[in-house]
Write a protein that binds this ligand. Structure first.
Ligand code: UD1
Length: 326
C-alpha cells in the first residue's frame, strides 16, 4: 500500500510508520513538527513538512496518489483542552475536516483515524466495549467523538471508508530501539515516571490514592504502541478488502494501577523514583480497561507486547539512551 501518515513524526505515528515500512509498504509522512520530531522520520520514507490547517498543501500532497491515509495529527492533553477549546476545535476538528475534504478532492477512499477511550467518559462498567455510552468528560474526548461522527457521514455521503481506532493508554517504545524521539513535555504517567527516574524531574506526583481501586491509585489499560501499530495495518487491510468502515477499541484488556507501574519501573530500572501523593486530577476516573474482543474477532488482532515488563523495558531503553546516554 501507499500510505500517507499524517502526524507520522509523533510518538504513535513514528511507530505506525516503522511497522508499515517493516511490512514493505510505501510511507509518506506529513507533519508540521509541532510535537513531532525530525529524528522520528525514517530514511526509507518521504517527508512533507506541512500543517493540516493548510488545505492546499494537504491536497497537493494527496495528489501524489495514496491508497490510504492514517490520521494521527491531534492535540491530546485532556486538561489543556478544557482551558483552550478553540485550539482543539481548530486543529482536531477543522483539521480533520480538511483531511476528509482533501481526500474527497483527490479520490482517496480509506482512512485510519486515531480515536480514544476518552470518548467514553466515566466508565459505567469494565471492561469497556464499543457499545459503552459515549459521554466524554473533557473537550479533547469530545473532539474525537465529533470526528467519528463526521467520518460516519462521509462514509454514507462520499464512500470514504474509515477505520476508527479507540486507543486506551498508548505506552512503550519500539522493542528494537529504532524510535528514538522522546515526547516533549510529556504529561502521561509513564514518560513522567521515566523523566523522574532520569533525574529530569524531582518527583512524580501521584494524582490521588483514595480511589476505590485495589491500592487506591488510578487503574488504566496500557497498550504497547507497536501493538497499536499492528492494528493500524490490519485495520487498513480490513477496510480496503471489505469496503466497509470499522470501529474498534484497542487495549490490552488488563488494568494496571499507578502504584503498580511505579513498582515495575523501580524493579526494572533499579532507579529510585521519588513520589508524592497529591489531589486527584480533575476529569480522571478511578479505573478503566478495554474489551478488545471486537478487534480480535474482526481483525484477528491481539495485544502481544503489552505486558508491563515489555512496556517499561522498551521505554526505559529509549530514555536511558537519549537522556542518560547509557
Ligand atoms: C488520557 C485519555 C487518553 C488520551 C491520553 C492522552 C481517557 C480515559 N484517557 O489518558 O484517551 O489519549 O490521556 O494524554 O481520557 N497519573 C499520575 N501522575 C502523573 C500522570 C498521570 O498519577 O503525573 C495517573 C493518572 O491520574 C491516571 C494514570 O496515571 O490514573 C494515567 O494517566 P495518563 O497517562 O495521563 O493517561 P489518561 O489520563 O488515563
Amino acid at each position: 500500500m501507499r500510505v500517507l501518515v499524517i502526524g507520522g513524526a509523533g510518538y504513535i505515528g513514528s511507530h505506525v510508520s516503522r511497522q508499515l515500512l517493516d511490512k514493505g509498504h510505501d510511507v509518506t509522512v506529513y507533519d508540521n513538527l509541532s510535537s513531532g520530531l525530525r529524528k522520528n522520520i525514517f530514511a526509507e520514507e518521504e517527508f512533507v513538512q506541512g500543517d493540516i490547517m493548510d488545505y492546499e498543501s494537504l491536497a497537493a500532497t494527496m495528489k501524489k496518489g495514496f491508497d490510504a491515509v492514517v490520521h494521527l495529527a491531534a492535540f491530546k492533553a485532556a486538561g489543556e483542552s478544557m482551558l483552550m477549546p478553540e485550539k482543539y476545535s481548530r486543529n482536531n476538528i477543522s483539521g480533520s475536516i480538511n483531511i476528509m475534504n482533501a481526500m474527497c478532492e483527490t479520490g482517496i477512499k480509506n482512512i485510519c483515524f486515531s480515536s480514544s477511550a476518552a470518548v467514553y467518559g466515566e466508565p459505567r462498567y469494565n471492561p469497556i466495549d464499543e457499545k459503552h455510552p459515549q459521554e466524554p468528560l473533557n473537550y479533547y474526548g469530545f473532539t474525537k467523538l465529533a470526528i467519528e461522527q463526521i467520518l460516519s457521514w462521509y462514509d454514507t455521503l462520499k464512500g470514504i471508508k474509515a477505520a476508527v481506532l479507540r486507543y486506551f493508554n498508548a505506552a512503550g517504545y519500539d522493542v528494537k530501539g529504532r524510535v528514538t524521539g522522546l515526547e516533549k513535555n510529556p504529561q502521561n504517567l509513564i514518560p513522567v515516571i521515566m523523566e523522574t527516574a532520569c533525574g529530569v524531574r524531582k518527583k512524580l506526583e501521584i494524582f490521588g490514592d483514595d480511589y476505590p481501586t485495589r491500592d487506591g491509585s488510578g487503574v488504566r489499560d496500557y497498550i504497547h504502541v507497536s501493538d497499536l501499530a499492528d492494528a493500524h495495518i490490519a485495520a487498513l487491510e480490513y477496510i480496503g478488502t471489505n469496503k466497509r468502515s470499522l470501529l474498534v477499541n484497542l487495549g490490552s484488556e488488563e488494568g494496571i494501577s499507578v502504584k503498580e507501574m511505579l513498582a515495575a519501573v523501580k524493579r526494572i530500572t533499579g532507579k529510585e523514583v521519588p513520589f508524592t501523593i497529591v489531589e486527584r486530577r480533575p476529569g480522571d476516573s478511578a479505573e478503566l480497561y478495554a474489551s478488545s474482543k471486537k478487534a480480535h474477532a474482526e481483525l484477528g488482532w491481539k495485544a502481544e507486547r503489552s505486558g508491563v515488563d515489555t512496556i517499561v523495558e522498551s521505554t526505559w531503553n529509549a530514555y536511558r539512551k537519549e537522556i542518560l546516554h547509557e
